[in-house]
Design a binder for this molecule. Structure first.
Ligand SMILES: [Zn+2]
Length: 95
């Protein structure tokens, strides 16, 4: 899956998602903060849900701080915060 992020398809998708989200961290936005998004997060992790890898509704622009808060630094598994985001968005992603 390491090559996924190098594909032209992903780079285009990522650019489109950042544009959709107006280049703002969607998590900071929930708290009324305007922070530049630098990362596109897979809400359902790519590693476990490759079928959602390119699904626009599974993609979420965020800043580095918020992205780090969604993944455990060591295991890379979702944190409680990452799981909460997944549960909040599950319905629209699975539709
Ligand atoms: Zn943020």
């Amino acid at each position: 899956m390491t090559n996924f992020y190098k594909t032209a398809k992903w780079k285009l998708k990522r650019a489109n998602v950042l544009r959709r989200d107006e280049y703002l961290c969607q998590e900071c936005k929930r708290y009324g903060k305007s922070t530049l998004a630098t990362t596109v997060h897979h809400i359902f992790p790519l590693e476990h849900y490759p079928q959602y890898g390119m699904k626009t509704s599974n993609l979420y622009s965020c800043c580095a701080t918020c992205h780090n808060s969604f993944h455990d630094r060591d295991s890379h598994e979702l944190t409680d915060k990452g799981m909460k985001l997944l549960e909040r968005m599950r319905k629209q992603i699975e539709d």
